[in-house]
Design a protein around this ligand. Structure first.
Ligand SMILES: O=C(O)CCC(=O)Nc1cc2ccccc2cn1
Ligand SMILES: [Mn+2]
Length: 259
């Protein structure tokens, strides 16, 4: 049996998760996005940051794709964009990142099962991608405006956990600018600073085009994408039939060459 103190802590965490789920449902339904600050607390956030820094030191990050920085329309130099690595959360060396993943899983699962769960009510969520750990080197690297899931690949919600202590948008840049569609926003944008221990949820589809503005300090984030069951199943079936189709074409072409 737990001590009273442990029971109090457990109840506190449970209440916290309940409140977060309620705000995820309310804010996704009303604004198409939801920001939660002080998600895990300073100690756990710092442990996660340490693991990410260790991953970077051990060179598991891929080299970020090259992006050309344009000035007055001329390609002045190609700079490295974000460096990324994918984790399934079972790695022994990333226990704290694994804990983050299971907590976000719990929040999304519970939010999608709450009664009166708004627009989440139309979806069954039972899967997600691996966790993508991203690092912007801070050399002015940015991410061009895009939609995460423009063509129904199954991804419903993007969840991004930020790890950047003492971030100052004036000097460090790196703001995530979302151009949400929907009545509430009209022509306004949502500028999200990548603050330490902040988590952001938003619909992954065309409702939320977004860009990362040039970052001038190293900028870390961990992203998870959650699948809508139906859309994901359809996307896999479509992918299978398309690759079948291309295999058939290849065989025909191959036969033509042999003739
Ligand atoms: O770091 C942020 O604030 C968000 C950055 C961001 O949008 N990253 C991102 C990264 C992606 C990598 C591969 C495929 C699609 C992707 C879509 N979005
Ligand atoms: Mn994106």
């Amino acid at each position: 049996p737990h001590s009273n103190a442990a029971q109090a802590v457990e109840r506190n965490i449970f209440d916290k998760i309940q409140n977060i789920c309620a705000s995820v449902v309310r804010d996704l339904t009303t604004f198409g996005l939801c920001v939660v600050d002080d998600f895990l607390g300073h100690e756990i956030g710092s442990l996660i940051l340490e693991e990410v820094l260790r991953l970077q030191k051990t060179g598991t990050f891929s080299d970020g794709q090259l992006v050309s920085a344009k000035t007055h329309g001329k390609d002045v130099k190609t700079i490295r964009g974000d460096q990324i690595t994918w984790l399934d959360g079972k790695e022994r060396t990333c226990r704290n990142i694994s804990m983050l993943i299971s907590i976000v899983d719990a929040v999304i699962t519970r939010a999608s099962k709450l009664p009166r769960n708004g627009k989440l009510g139309n979806h069954r969520i039972s899967g997600r991608t691996k966790a993508m750990v991203a690092c912007y080197p801070g050399n002015g690297s940015h991410y061009v405006k895009h939609v995460d899931n423009p063509n129904q690949d199954g991804r419903l919600i993007t969840a991004i956990y930020y790890l950047n202590k003492n971030w100052n948008r004036e000097t460090d840049g790196g703001v995530l600018r979302i151009f949400p569609e929907g009545e509430f926003w009209r022509d306004n944008v949502a500028d999200i600073e990548p603050l330490f221990d902040r988590i952001l949820f938003f619909w992954s589809d065309r409702r939320n085009p977004h860009e990362v503005q040039p970052a001038f300090t190293t900028r870390y984030a961990i992203t998870l994408w959650y699948f809508d069951d139906e859309e994901r199943t359809a996307a896999i079936a479509k992918y299978r039939s398309e690759s079948e189709f291309f295999l058939q074409i290849q065989k025909c072409l191959h036969r033509v060459h042999e003739m």
